[in-house]
Design a protein around this ligand. Structure first.
Ligand code: CDV
Length: 321
């Protein structure tokens, strides 16, 4: 019996620094309504979807950056999105900057059930970039300044999504490049990974050449491999276009458990892509080539959890005599 889920990925075009949250939320409501008209049951929005990608600017005093964070969800600004979801009976995924009541800051994503209840929350674990101003860079990437490492692990929950209960999990942007993160989701039989990103079209570290076209290739490669190796679907959704003079690539995709791209955005604007997913497709990989219980060898994987960095191997020497 197929378990069908009509899945929408709502790519956002740029959000300029001067624009208030109501502009972004208005655009998201329009995309959610379009998703509903096209029969979607869930819509996935990008990372830090309510504002410009503010970690590209250094702020000496963190408190002066507080206006980028949400201290409540829903907030006044996001209430229209929750209301639209309730009206149309459609769930949504939203990425935003979270400031907790005790003053902690996270790069966060939630899945909101149409009732308005948060069914799953995730806080980004793999924060890229740096914590201090880096004069060598072409553009700053200060996620390590503005956010703590997520403290929720990689949770998966079985929650109602459309007409089915679905094992849902999340990754945020840079997390998609780390197979360990996908595997922890796979170990919990995730069926759908919701993933938002803000990725510059060029490598801004200024430490060597990286061809422009490979940036999109690496993003797709990571998501397609993650889906195939963990037998799951993913919606990987960009904030795209030229934001305050800085270009972010789009190319949002929906991927199936074979690692195939089912739908792809072709603009760098607000754009909805939709795929009709049969969640039962997850079983083939999970029960054959990636039957973890039968084939994984955790005894041989020690270095993966024992340390973060790599080490040089011992040198080979010719046997004496
Ligand atoms: N927002 C991100 O996590 N961006 C990173 C960039 C800096 C490489 C990414 O992995 O796409």
């Amino acid at each position: 019996m197929p378990r069908r889920l009509v899945l929408a990925a709502a790519q956002l075009g740029p959000i300029q620094r001067a624009e208030g949250r109501e502009v972004a939320v208005g655009r998201m409501v329009r995309l959610l309504e379009l998703a509903h008209r096209r029969g979607a049951e869930v819509v996935v929005f990008p990372e830090l979807a309510l504002t410009t990608f503010f970690p590209r600017w250094y702020e000496d005093d963190l408190a002066a950056a507080d206006h980028w964070y949400e201290s409540a969800m829903p907030s006044n600004a996001t209430a229209p999105l929750f209301e639209a979801a309730r009206r149309h009976g459609i769930g949504f995924h939203l990425g935003y900057a979270e400031k907790t009541p005790d003053g902690r800051r996270f790069n966060t994503a939630i899945y909101v059930h149409p009732s308005g209840q948060v069914a799953l929350k995730y806080r980004k674990v793999h924060l890229p970039g740096h914590a201090e101003h880096d004069p060598q860079r072409r553009v700053q990437h200060l996620e390590k300044r503005y956010f703590e490492v997520g403290d929720l692990g990689f949770p998966v929950v079985r929650a109602p999504v459309g007409g089915n209960d679905v094992n849902i999990g999340m990754l945020i942007c840079n997390d998609r490049r780390w197979p360990e993160a996908w595997r922890v989701l796979g170990m919990q039989q995730v069926e759908l990974v919701m993933l938002g990103y803000n990725t510059p079209s060029l490598n801004m570290a200024n430490r060597g050449f990286e061809a422009h076209h490979l940036r999109v290739f690496h993003s797709h490669l990571s998501v397609q491999a993650g889906c195939y190796q963990n037998a799951c679907f993913a919606a990987a959704v960009a904030k795209a276009g030229t934001e305050d003079g800085h270009e972010l690539f789009g190319h949002s995709i929906i991927v199936n458990p074979q690692g195939e791209i089912m739908a792809q955005a072709t603009s760098w604007e607000d754009e909805l892509i939709i795929a009709d997913c049969d969640l039962e497709m997850c079983r083939l990989g999970r029960e054959t080539i990636f039957d973890f219980a039968a084939h994984r060898r955790p005894d041989a994987y020690g270095p993966i959890t024992a340390r973060a960095g790599s080490q040089p191997p011992p040198a080979w020497t010719a046997a004496a005599g």
